[in-house]
Design a protein around this ligand. Structure first.
Ligand code: GLN
Length: 249
């Protein structure tokens, strides 16, 4: 990532969404761009498909979910390309969802029990579980605050993820499976992973603002939107989570 000046567009790369785009994960890019525009900031969305070179000078990279075969192709292409690793070394921010999250780790095992190398951006390893995790997931993340700390989404994955010493969990699971040990996702530096689809940033816009604040290096003005609290309340109720809510909606 080259140094940003305050007038630069925020460069957001949507990585291989034809391979990593199940459950509408590309919507995360739209949410980020729209939330920048609402604050008078400029966003440049760069969608890169396999076979094309990924830029290594962008601010934020988005990796979505995918089925096993697509996930392996995407992981191999990203490793060969090397741009995301170079960008992270220079301070870029990454949001990686489900298959993307597994790819961001050191390695993952596919549905045939074959191990594949990941990017090593997150200190996590994914192994296959006997049971698929499918359904609503709700977790509480202390990287956010108040009701915004509640993250809801939809998960569907056959892998479970173990965190190493340099990763911390993104959130503590209150409903669903996530990593499989009572936590969901991982954070290492400016790289965040989660099992939550939704798209996760549409369901949890405070997480989108957190990523943008990491990029911009300053707080963003709040955006009032009653639907966010209403959706959170609806999804938490659906997931059976009632504890600790101070919902304003
Ligand atoms: N293929 C991976 C798994 O099943 C990830 C699935 C997904 O991205 N939803 O674990």
């Amino acid at each position: 990532m080259t140094a940003r000046t305050p007038t630069d567009d925020v460069r957001i790369v949507l990585v291989y969404s034809s391979l990593l785009g199940i459950y509408g994960d590309r919507g995360n890019a739209m949410v980020l761009a729209r939330r920048l525009h609402w604050r008078g900031e400029r966003a440049r969305l760069i969608a890169v498909e396999p076979g094309r070179v990924l830029p290594d000078d962008a601010d934020l990279y988005l990796l979505g979910g995918g089925e096993d075969a697509a996930q392996v192709s995407a992981a191999n292409a990203m490793r060969l390309d090397g741009a995301i690793n170079r960008a992270v070394d220079r301070g870029a921010v990454v949001l990686a969802v489900c298959a993307g999250y597994q790819i961001a780790g050191h390695r993952f095992t596919d549905g045939n029990g074959v191990d594949h190398a990941g990017l090593g951006l997150l200190d996590v390893v994914t192994e296959r579980s006997a049971h698929r995790a499918v359904g609503e997931i709700a977790s509480y993340s202390d990287i956010l605050s108040g009701d915004d700390g509640w993250l809801t989404g939809f998960e569907n994955h056959g892998g479970l993820t173990r965190l190493g010493a340099s990763a911390r969990a993104l959130g503590r699971v209150h409903a669903g499976i996530g990593n499989g040990d009572g936590t969901d996702g991982a954070v290492t530096g400016r790289v965040l992973g989660t099992y939550a689809h939704g798209p996760v940033l549409a369901r949890n816009p405070a997480l989108a603002d957190h990523l943008l604040e990491l990029v911009l290096g300053r707080p963003l003005a709040p955006v009032a939107c009653a639907e966010v609290g209403q959706l959170r309340a609806e999804r938490l109720a659906k997931a059976g989570v009632t504890e600790g809510l101070r919902l304003s909606a």
